[in-house]
Design a protein around this ligand. Structure first.
Ligand SMILES: *Cc1c(COP(=O)(O)O)cnc(C)c1O
Length: 398
């Protein structure tokens, strides 16, 4: 652990990125070239502990044999035929997604935002069938649902930016911690309440049982659909395969992506009966969706993450991580569930600066706001790695 970021670790990618890619990301000046488990190596050969896992994408760590094996096998057999024909990996993925969650049916896609676009179309069509002329969708402040125009319109803070308007109409944002306001916002023209059971991008905020129950009850009253965006908090992240399984409330529609593809682009919108029958031939589609390669990998990932022993380890490692963080001077409180963890730093500590210092020390985390560190390690992280990460955070804070 010698060269500082921006030194040898930056490699050739920095200059090329700055010249040829649209300037839409604020990237750290590090180029990663190799990974194994929780570890990454940069272009200068420096080793890092990865407690971000590609923003909860590489949930089996880097180079997991189940993922590598599925890619090797399927890429030799067949990669893509289009949705004009049948193929087994996508069909099998649909079965596993539905059997492990809501029953019903799945629409396969390639990303989180696409999974939410499918959900938005589905609930709007369902509302029209109920006789609602101009369906509305209730969302929570602090939500993040994606970057395409529909999902973006469902994302309150981003859809404030006039640069990309006009946005899709029909979204009502309510505070994320006020069950009464949520219930009041749901009316006869509500198509859905859409929420992340644990908000990720806004800094790991667990939505309270009272708000979740208010959403379910309000939807039930008017015939609206409860949609859970589990793109970040699902796929084992919180210690159960799906986050809702710890909540005592089952949604009508669930969206997933991020970890599903094991690093390949994959997403899905799963709908319980009768919502599973709303979309019909011609209603929706995507060229790449359910392609054989990504679907074969997703099947392997689902099977591996669904292992009760792995999920129990997520809970245990999550408790260890929380306890470790809570014991640190400079950490005010710890939010989250399982291995989806937000550490609120004490006043006077700047989270982006701490995250930058941690990168220099060889720990990858993210600062979603000025006072929070977000930790999303691979679900396969070891207890020793958790302890090392906590020690590095203590050092960075000091
Ligand atoms: C990442 C994320 C999305 C968007 O997923 P993309 O694959 O980037 O389109 C949507 N919702 C939540 C909760 C997310 O964390």
């Amino acid at each position: 652990m010698s060269a500082a970021p921006g030194g040898a670790g930056a490699g050739a990618a920095v200059e090329l990125t700055e010249r040829w890619l649209m300037n839409t990301y604020r990237r750290a000046p590090v180029e990663f070239v190799r990974g194994e488990g929780t570890r990454l190596w940069d272009a200068g050969g420096r080793e890092y502990l990865d407690f971000l896992a590609g923003i909860s994408v590489c949930s089996l760590g880097h180079g997991h044999p189940a993922v590598q094996g599925a890619i090797e096998r399927q890429s030799r057999e067949l990669m893509h035929v289009s949705n004009l024909f049948h193929s087994l990996p996508g069909a099998e993925l649909g079965r596993r997604l539905c059997e492990s969650s809501l029953g019903g049916r799945a629409f396969l896609c390639n990303s989180g935002t696409e999974a939410n676009e499918c959900a938005i179309k589905l609930v709007r069509k369902h509302a029209h069938r109920r006789g609602v002329e101009r369906p509305r969708i209730v969302v929570l402040e602090g939500a993040f649902h994606g970057r395409t125009m529909g999902a973006l319109s469902a994302t309150p803070k981003l859809s404030d930016d006039p640069a990309f308007g006009p946005y899709l109409e029909g979204f009502d944002a309510v505070p994320r911690d006020d069950p009464g306001a949520l219930a009041d916002a749901v009316g006869a023209d509500t198509a859905a309440v859409m929420l992340e059971p644990i908000q990720g991008e806004s800094g790991v905020h667990v939505i309270s049982p009272a708000v979740i129950e208010a959403a379910a009850e309000a939807c039930g009253k008017v015939g609206a659909v409860l949609v859970f965006d589990e793109i970040q908090c699902g796929m084992g992240r919180t210690g159960s395969l799906w986050a809702y399984q710890q909540l005592g409330v089952t949604p009508g529609v669930l969206t997933t992506a991020k970890a599903l593809g094991g690093g390949l682009p994959a997403g899905a919108c799963v709908a319980a009966p009768p919502f599973s029958e709303v979309l019909e031939p011609g209603d929706h589609g995507s060229t790449f969706a359910g392609g054989l390669l990504a679907a074969a990998v997703a099947v392997a990932v689902l099977e591996t993450i669904g292992d009760p022993a792995l999920l129990a380890a997520v809970t245990a490692r999550g408790e260890r991580l929380r306890a470790g963080l809570e014991s640190l001077a400079g950490v005010e409180s710890v939010r989250g569930r399982g291995l989806m963890v937000g550490a609120a730093l004490a006043d006077g500590l700047d989270a982006p600066a701490v995250a930058a210092r941690l990168l220099e020390l060889g720990l990858i985390v993210n600062a979603p706001d000025s006072s929070t560190l977000r930790l999303l390690p691979p679900l396969t992280v070891s207890g020793d790695e958790v302890d090392s990460a906590c020690a590095l955070i203590a050092e960075a804070i000091a």
